[in-house]
Design a protein around this ligand. Structure first.
Ligand SMILES: C[S@@+](CC[C@H](N)C(=O)[O-])C[C@H]1O[C@@H](n2cnc3c(N)ncnc32)[C@H](O)[C@@H]1O
Length: 628
């Protein structure tokens, strides 16, 4: 089957991301004959230009003239015909004829559409689209000190110049296609042994990557292990490890250059498939001695009083979350052909046929705003918002449960909690809920204050109003905004406790009971319609996210995605016991206690953010609002 016909049929499929439709096709779907990378490139490139191509299709009335052509097939063919040097890549035949016999008409409509957009030449138009769709964040590279030091790594980049800000990195990125351009690096001031390169750099072909001397890990994703900062001889639990970015980072802190061989990391990963990825990453990073993988094991079932776990002093919690801070999932999707006045004077819809419902009716935006339901009206939108909100509460319940369980570890002194979400429900509100639990109070868990932690210089902190106005707690929280702060959106908070361990087995049993009560809550067996919808939506997303974890940009070893794995099954949509929620009304506004803005892009920008404002306003509408 022709590349174009196969690509068109993928475009017409509506379920799953484009990547999963190409790279992870279910056995029940027709299998592809064309090379997947070629299909992906053709579709992505075509979709980048679909706005202008749709105009050409509409104005030329091509679908009326060529009844056998479909919208998606025409887009793909037109892309290659009008915008590539070699034209349509297929041997002469009906497909080519259907386009090339209208060459003059298509070319003049394209020129008109291009000039209307202010581009004197096709080259100018192409370079504009290329810069619009270029990555907006640097390529972060963590030196894996289990295998290599920063100094020795830099010897592998002899002709690279050190720059002082992330802005310099991004400016240099513009010249990356030139021979000398883009050869710069930036040393992160927050996380030790972390470098930023221009986004276009291909590290994956370099020896340092192949040998596992570097790990491609977003800056935000490096913050938890940096904040956990375990002493060299510590025993650390990574409760939710796959694919293993933070696990290997924690191991590098313990066993890396100057480290001791006394402590180690115990890495839980509930999902057996992801545990395999974790194992691969651990081995490749040279972490087998430092890390004990617990494949397929549920952290919530771990017995803190066991011999192995009773010595654990540090826990890293990076549980499943909504992934709303991840920006690498931006994908384009099919737009309908707009209506235009044509030469024959008629307003037309695509091909004269009833418009097939496109997968999405607007360009898919990065995940950071994709589920922003603001401005939506009508019953359907409201339900969508309810489902999205219920899902967040369900995740928050699970996240709180994980923290509570970590707090029961007898020798535990420090916990980090992180998400790649920008929703306060999963972030500050979970922190507040965890602080209110019996186990936190009985054992004296408190937040790690801003000034106590290694990341006190990081400027963007938690939102006061989401912490019931508790400025100390808000300041203890760390936020990163997507893109603005140089990578994915992220949240992090540390908990610490002092004092001796006074816990007894009965206390632990009691504390477990509380955990279960908080998270499972009422209505265990009384699933309502809303809960069912949440479960269905989540199941779909889990499927999707499983695929998304591969092949995205953020992974430890490029193809192994850092975040937003399968969300857990909702705990009957129970909301976490969160006293803060009563006191902190939502929708929330950005904190007025914003830290001052920093001029350099290398530092997190000022606290107030439209993205945070939008996302946190996903809060439920009041009944009154709903009635309106
Ligand atoms: C956000 S990812 C962790 C990413 C990882 N920290 C990293 O930096 O590479 C969350 C992981 O936790 C796992 N998980 C979820 N619930 C778990 C549980 N109860 N016990 C152990 N692992 C769990 C998920 O399967 C998923 O792989």
């Amino acid at each position: 089957m022709s590349l174009y016909i196969e690509a068109a049929s993928i475009l017409n499929e509506t379920s799953g991301s484009l990547r999963s439709r190409i790279y992870h096709r279910p056995a029940s779907s027709p299998q592809l004959k064309s090379p997947p990378a070629r299909l992906y490139a053709l579709i992505i490139e075509t979709l980048k230009h679909q706005e202008i191509l749709n105009e050409v299709i509409a104005k030329s009335e091509l679908l009326k003239l060529e009844r056998k052509l479909t919208h998606s097939l025409t887009l793909l063919l037109l892309h290659d015909h009008l915008l590539t040097k070699n034209g349509i890549a297929t041997s002469p035949g009906p497909l080519r004829t259907q386009i090339e016999s209208h060459k003059a008409r298509l070319s003049s409509e394209f020129t008109r559409a291009r000039l209307k957009r202010g581009f004197g030449t096709t080259a100018l138009y192409l370079s504009h689209i290329a810069s619009e769709s270029a990555p907006k964040i640097p390529r972060w590279v963590r030196v894996n000190t289990l295998k290599c030091s920063l100094t020795s790594l830099l010897t592998q980049f002899p002709d690279y110049a050190k720059v002082d800000t992330l802005e310099d990195v991004m400016t240099a990125a513009k010249g990356i296609k030139t021979k000398a351009g883009g050869r710069v690096y930036y040393v992160d001031p927050y996380v030790k042994d972390l470098l930023a390169f221009p986004p276009g750099i291909d590290i994956t072909t370099m020896p340092c990557y192949i040998k596992g001397e570097v790990i491609l890990q977003d800056r935000s994703s490096c913050l938890p292990a940096a904040l956990l900062d375990p002493p060299k001889e510590a025993w650390v639990v990574d409760a939710t490890s796959a694919p293993g970015n933070k696990t290997t980072h924690a191991a590098a802190i313990l066993h890396g250059a100057g480290g001791s061989r006394k402590g180690g990391v115990i890495a839980y990963e509930k999902d057996p498939r992801r545990a395999e990825i974790l194992k691969r990453m651990v081995t490749r990073a040279g972490g087998d001695v430092a890390i004990t993988v617990r494949p397929g094991e549920d952290f919530l079932k771990a017995r803190p009083k066991s011999d192995e776990l009773s010595r654990v002093t540090h826990l890293l919690l990076d549980p499943s979350c909504s992934g709303s801070g991840i920006v690498s999932r931006a994908e384009y999707s099919l737009l309908p052909i707009p209506e235009f006045e044509t030469k024959t004077g008629t307003k037309r819809k695509r091909g004269g046929k009833p418009a097939a419902k496109p997968a999405v009716t607007a360009p898919a935006k990065p995940a950071v705003i994709a589920d922003d339901a603001e401005g939506a009206d009508g019953e359907q939108e409201e339900t969508k918002q309810d489902v999205a909100e219920a899902r967040l509460h369900s995740l928050a319940a699970f996240q709180t449960e994980m923290i509570q369980h970590a707090m029961t570890f007898p020798s535990a002194r420090k916990i980090t909690y992180s998400t790649c979400s920008i929703h306060a429900i999963e972030n500050e509100q979970v922190v507040m809920a965890a602080l209110q639990t019996k186990v936190a109070k009985r054992r004296g868990w408190r937040v790690l204050g801003r000034e106590e932690g290694v990341l006190s210089e990081w400027e963007r902190r938690g939102l006061d109003e989401e912490c019931a106005g508790d400025h100390h707690v808000a300041q203890a929280c760390i936020r990163a905004n997507p893109i603005e702060d140089g990578g994915i959106g992220f949240f992090l908070c540390g908990f610490v406790r002092e004092g001796e361990d006074d816990s007894k087995e009965e206390d632990w049993v009691e504390e477990r009971k509380e955990t279960v009560e908080v998270t499972v809550g009422k209505g265990k067996n009384q699933k309502g319609k809303k809960e069912e919808k949440v479960e269905k939506a989540q199941a779909r997303e889990e499927e999707e996210e499983e695929y998304d974890e591969k092949g995205e940009e953020w992974g430890g070893f490029e193809e192994e995605e850092e975040a937003a794995p399968a969300a857990p099954a909702p705990k009957k949509a129970a909301k976490p016991a969160n006293p803060a929620k009563k006191q902190a009304p939502r929708p929330s506004k950005p904190s007025k206690s914003a830290a001052p803005a920093t001029p350099a892009a290398s530092k997190p920008a000022k606290q107030t953010s439209s993205i945070i404002q939008r996302k946190t306003s996903l809060a439920p509408k009041s009944k009154k609002q709903k009635r309106k």
